[in-house]
Design a protein around this ligand. Structure first.
Ligand code: GLV
Ligand code: MN
Ligand code: MN
Length: 412
């Protein structure tokens, strides 16, 4: 078969995504498949059973990253593609899993057409991309690329005190292979856009120039608990009121700092969380993002000062923790241009953009030439149950992935 006529099987891709969407399905049409939960295990098992049915070499490393490798006709560094199986709490049916199922569909297409590539092609599922149950995110690719220490990662705990390393063992995915990078010729990650740009532009394929810098921090406040009735308003050390003021500072940070910054408080715990007790302990998270690493650092310094002033005025103790940071990550120009050209050749409208969402591609770009392929998110919605992308667009993106992978895999 002429290689440029090759196309993925869109209906088979849809069926894979629909089968995965049943694992951890929520009543609102999304999935709840937190990292290293029973649902994550169920989806991993299904993925591995599909890999096993294709006669690939399957490797699970000590971080639980799963690799399925289709050999090339030469021993050369492979082309790799993939994403993640885990989801946000009550998340969507496409975030992450589209890239894993898209990669699988590429391998299935190559195999059923007896295509021999020069280089091996590997599909990968990275452990805990979301960072929602265990912070920080992207730890599978972070350890693999040498940027994060595996023992530190194993010690991360969830809200119930369960350790990441122990949960990895519990679900049976602590493999024996070292979680260590190997030379990779090209890494492609296929993902839903998770924002409104492609829909607004009326384009099918998005090609990001890279990913924003992301800065995560945790704020812990201690005040004084007391009966809400007899305690006068004056002189209270209300930890939740301190947090409320701080949260609005976070919300106003982008307009204060300018440029393309976004800043969010997404998670909060309030104690003792009773309507008739003044809160004495609050924990909340801060997420700051921008293309400009320096601006992110300055924004965090500015915020930290504001937080200290607020805490002191309200008589609360404050502890700040910088949990995680990744610098902005430009992708490989040759691969990015290659993806744009591939989209053109296949007749799909396309758009050069930037990714505000974090992806394993950030860490992969530190070890290998990397590029991403986006398809539109309906209404720009993601990390929610109504997250959606048309099957047609899923197929289009997978065709771009197929030809980008093929081109790289045929390079000597
Ligand atoms: C990853 O899902 C992110 O937080 O962007
Ligand atoms: Mn994702
Ligand atoms: Mn996500």
């Amino acid at each position: 078969m002429e290689l440029d006529k090759l196309r993925v099987n869109g209906r088979r891709l849809q069926a894979s995504l629909e089968a995965m969407a049943e694992i951890g399905a929520t009543p609102g049409g999304g999935v709840h498949r937190l990292a290293l939960s029973d649902e994550d295990k169920g989806a991993r098992d299904l993925f591995v059973s599909w890999l096993a049915g294709m006669d690939l070499e399957i490797v699970v490393d000590e971080m639980g990253n799963i690799f399925g490798e289709r050999p090339g006709d030469k021993v050369l560094p492979p082309v790799m593609t993939g994403s993640h199986i885990d989801s946000q709490p009550k998340g969507g049916r496409f975030d992450g899993i589209l890239g894993v199922m898209g990669g699988l569909e590429v391998l299935r297409t190559l195999s059923e057409n007896d295509i021999e590539t020069k280089r091996p092609v590997v599909v990968v599922n990275w452990t805990n991309e979301e960072g929602s149950r265990f912070s920080p995110p992207m730890v599978g690719s972070g350890v693999w690329s040498g940027e994060l220490d595996i023992n530190w990662v194993f010690d991360r705990t969830d809200i119930n005190g369960k350790k990441l390393g122990e949960e990895l063992e519990r679900i049976g995915y602590k493999g024996s292979a070292a979680a260590r990078s190997r030379p990779v010729h090209a890494y492609y990650e296929y993902h839903v856009e998770q924002g409104p740009v492609l829909e607004c532009e009326g384009k099918i394929i998005g090609v990001p120039k890279g990913i924003f810098s992301i800065h995560w921090s945790d704020v812990y406040l201690d005040g004084t608990a007391n009966q809400v009735g007899p305690t006068p308003m004056e002189g209270r050390n209300d930890a939740l009121c301190s947090a409320a003021e701080m949260i609005l500072k976070v919300n106003k940070l982008p307009s204060k700092m300018g440029d393309n910054m976004v800043a969010t408080v997404g998670e909060i715990q309030n104690y003792p969380n009773s309507r008739n007790v003044i809160p004495d302990h609050v924990h909340f998270t801060v997420d700051i993002r921008s293309w400009d690493d320096d601006l992110v650092s300055r924004a965090w310094d500015d915020l930290r000062n504001d937080f200290k002033v607020i805490a002191s005025r309200r008589g609360c103790d404050i502890r700040l923790e910088e949990t995680w940071k990744v610098n902005h990550m430009p992708f490989d120009e040759r691969l990015v241009n290659g993806v744009l050209k591939t989209a053109d050749q296949l007749g799909y409208s396309n758009h050069f953009m930037v990714s505000g969402a974090g992806h394993d591609a950030s860490y992969m770009a530190m070890t290998a030439p990397t590029a991403m392929i986006f398809v539109p998110s309906i209404g720009g919605r993601s990390h929610v149950e109504v997250e959606n992308t048309t099957w047609e667009d899923c197929e289009a993106g997978a065709n771009v992935l197929l030809h980008a992978v093929l081109k790289s895999a045929m390079e000597g």
